[in-house]
Design a protein around this ligand. Structure first.
Ligand code: SAH
Length: 224
């Protein structure tokens, strides 16, 4: 048992609790074995506030401060699966980009599927907190940046996959331009009342968009 699980009480973060989450994800339709394995392994409880760690393996979004939330595990699993299904068995992406690091949990999940993950956050305390969380989890291939995610991370592009963890009204043009040929952007699009998760696939200069399901994300802030 790690010291964190001692602090919050036996069972909260146990193998059985995590297995229950995995069983629920399978019931909801997540089929990629690699994605399920990584979600089982990454300690979600150490990415949230200690007071909330007993709820870390419930399939629910949780507050991470500054009006932001860590996404529900099912949505993290679904977005990751939509990317990972592009990979050959046991293959890895070279570079992935995430917009909206938050507490760093989604970046931690992505780090298993890429040589390098780049993630951008605009709120300074979350940027620092996510760095600590990733270090604590022993993850070394995630680079973080405090900036406006609408602009992407041009000098690290192209990315084989981009996950947007906050909802824009439409996909920022810079992100489309920084996507590799054959790559995908997984993003919520819409306002607070009406949002849908989309999967955008790039073939040359064509971008095909497929709607996946209704979702509810915090807005992607437009800097002025
Ligand atoms: N993926 C995160 C959850 C992110 S919540 C996790 O696993 O915890 C969405 C995040 O997007 C918030 O932290 C918010 O501050 C950030 N965000 C919103 N607009 C942004 C922008 N324009 N640039 C960068 N980050 C942004």
């Amino acid at each position: 048992m790690d010291s964190n699980s001692k602090k919050i009480g036996i069972g909260m973060t146990s193998a059985r609790t995590r297995q229950r989450l995995i069983d629920r994800l399978i019931k909801q339709g997540i089929i990629n074995k690699r994605v399920l394995d990584v979600i089982e392994k990454v300690p979600r409880h150490s990415f949230v506030d200690e007071a909330l760690s007993s709820r870390a393996y419930e399939d629910t979004a949780l507050p991470i401060g500054f009006g932001q939330t860590i996404s529900q595990p099912y949505i993290v699993a679904l977005m990751t699966e939509l990317l990972v299904s592009l990979l050959p068995e046991s293959g890895k992406f070279n570079r992935l980009l995430e917009i909206g690091t938050g507490c760093g949990y989604q970046a931690a999940i992505l780090s298993s599927f890429a040589n390098e993950v780049f993630s951008i956050e605009r709120i300074k305390p979350l940027f620092h907190k996510s760095r600590q969380n990733l270090l604590k989890a022993g993850i070394k291939n995630v680079s973080l940046r405090l900036a406006d995610g609408n602009l992407g991370w041009n000098n690290k592009s192209p990315f084989q996959g981009i996950i947007v963890a906050a909802a824009p009204l439409k996909i920022p043009k810079d992100l489309l331009m920084q996507l590799d040929d054959g790559g995908r952007i997984i993003a919520p699009i819409g306002d607070e009342k009406d949002q849908v998760l989309v999967c955008i696939s790039r073939k040359g200069n064509n971008f095909d968009s497929e709607s996946i399901c209704p979702v509810k994300f915090v807005p992607l802030i437009q800097e002025i």
